[in-house]
Design a protein around this ligand. Structure first.
Ligand code: ADP
Ligand code: TRP
Length: 321
C-alpha cells in the first residue's frame, strides 16, 4: 500500500484553490493508501506571529478536513508540531543541502520580490518540508502545481543524504490533482496572497460578494463570449455536470448570455456543493474535544513512524552508535 502525505499551512481560511488543488484529492485518497495529513503550523510561523491566530487557524484546518469528509479511521490527521522529531531531521538534512538549492526556490524569490523581509525560517522552509515528507517515508505527495518545486527539492535532498551516508530515505513523487491551478476572482491563480479567493466555508452575503467580484470583460450582453478565457465558466466547470457545462458553454458562444447570469448559476452550485460540509462543520465546532482527540491520536501514530526514520538517520550520520 502506498504511503501518501501532505500538509496545509494554517495561514488563512481555505479557498476553492486549496480544495480543488489539494484537499479534495487528499480525502479521496484515504480510500487508496495509507494517508498522513497534517496542519503545517511550524511552517506557518514563518508568516504568522500571533499565537491566538495560529492556534485558531490550526484548529480551523482540522475542522475543515473533518467536515469535508476526512475519516480519522482511514487517514491520520495531526498537527505538525506534535511531531517535534521533524525539526531535528530538518537540521540533519540542512547539513547536506547546498545554499544554491534554496536560492533557486521560486516561492522564496516571489515573496522577497513582493517586498517582505524574509526570516531565516522562510529561506529554509523547503528543508522543513523535505523533512515532513521524508520522515514518513512517503511515496506520494498530493499537492497543487505551486508546490512541485518543493517536492523536487525533497527528492534532491533525499538523494544528497543517501549518497553521503547510505540509503535511508525513499524518493517521494508529487501527485497533481486534475485541477492543479484554480483561478481566483481576478483570473490569476487563486491564492490568499493575491486577495482573490472564494472561501470554501463562506455563506450567504459573504459568498455572494466573493462570486460577484469575479472580474469579467465588458462585452455587451448580446455579444458571443469565449468561455475558455472566462473565470466564471472555468469555476463553474469544477461544480457542474457535463451537460450543465456544455449548456453554459453554448450560451456564452451564442451571445445573449451575460456574466451576471453565469455568476448566479455558479453561486447556486457552490452553495449547494458545500452545504453538507457546512452543516457538518457547525456540528464539529460544537464538539472541539472530539477534534482535539482526533489530532492527538493522529500525532501518536505519526510520531511513532517519524521516530523510526529519525533513529535510522541519526545512526547513518554518526550521532548514535
Ligand atoms: P495559498 O496559495 O492560498 O497560500 P497554500 O500555499 O496554503 O495556498 O496551498 C495549500 C495547498 O493548496 C497546496 O497544496 C497548494 O498547491 C494548493 N493550492 C493553493 N492554491 C491553489 C490553486 N489556486 N489551485 C490549485 N491548488 C492550489
Ligand atoms: N508548503 C505547503 C503549502 O504551502 C505545505 C506543506 C508543508 C506541505 N509541508 C508539506 C505540503 C509537506 C506537502 C508535503 O501548501
Amino acid at each position: 500500500m502506498k504511503r501518501i502525505l501532505s500538509g496545509i499551512q494554517p495561514t488563512s481560511k481555505i479557498h476553492l484553490g486549496n480544495y480543488f488543488g489539494a484537499i479534495k484529492q487528499h480525502i479521496e485518497l484515504q480510500e487508496q493508501g495509507e494517508c498522513f495529513y497534517f496542519v503545517a503550523n511550524y511552517h506557518a510561523l514563518t508568516s504568522v506571529n500571533d499565537p491566538k491566530t495560529l492556534r485558531e487557524n490550526t484548529l480551523d484546518i482540522a475542522l475543515d478536513y473533518l467536515a469535508l469528509g476526512l475519516d480519522p479511521e482511514k487517514a491520520c490527521l495531526f498537527r505538525q508540531s506534535d511531531v517535534p522529531e521533524v525539526t531535528e531531521l530538518t537540521w540533519l538534512l540542512s547539513t547536506v543541502t547546498g545554499m544554491g538549492l534554496l536560492e533557486r526556490a521560486h516561492s522564496f524569490k516571489d515573496k522577497v520580490a513582493k517586498g517582505i523581509t524574509p526570516n531565516v525560517g522562510l529561506f529554509t522552509y523547503p528543508i522543513l518540508m523535505a523533512a515532513d515528507i521524508l520522515i514518513y517515508q512517503s511515496d506520494l505527495v498530493p499537492v497543487g502545481s505551486d508546490q512541485l518545486q518543493h517536492i523536487e527539492m525533497a527528492q534532491d535532498i533525499a538523494g544528497y543524504f543517501n549518497n553521503t551516508y547510505g540509503y535511508v530515505f525513499k524518493r517521494p513523487e508529487a501527485l497533481l490533482s486534475p485541477t492543479p491551478k484554480v483561478p481566483g476572482t481576478d483570473g490569476q491563480k487563486m491564492s490568499k496572497s493575491y486577495h482573490n479567493t472564494i472561501p470554501v466555508f463562506a455563506e450567504d452575503s459573504a459568498l455572494r460578494k466573493a462570486v460577484m467580484s469575479i472580474v469579467t470583460d465588458s462585452l455587451p450582453l448580446e455579444a458571443p463570449k469565449d468561455p475558455d478565457c472566462n473565470t466564471v465558466y472555468r469555476l463553474y466547470e469544477l461544480f457542474a455536470s457535463a451537460d450543465e457545462i456544455a449548456e453554459m458553454r453554448n450560451r456564452f458562444l451564442s451571445g445573449g448570455y451575460g456574466y451576471g447570469q453565469a455568476k448566479r448559476a455558479l453561486l447556486e452550485k457552490i452553495d449547494a456543493y458545500f452545504a453538507p460540509a457546512r452543516a457538518r462543520r457547525k456540528e464539529l465546532a460544537s464538539n472541539l474535544d472530539y477534534v482535539e482527540q482526533v489530532l492527538r491520536q493522529g500525532a501518536q501514530k505519526a510520531r511513532h513512524e517519524a521516530a523510526l526514520t529519525l533513529k535510522a538517520t541519526r545512526l547513518a550520520c554518526g550521532l548514535d552508535t
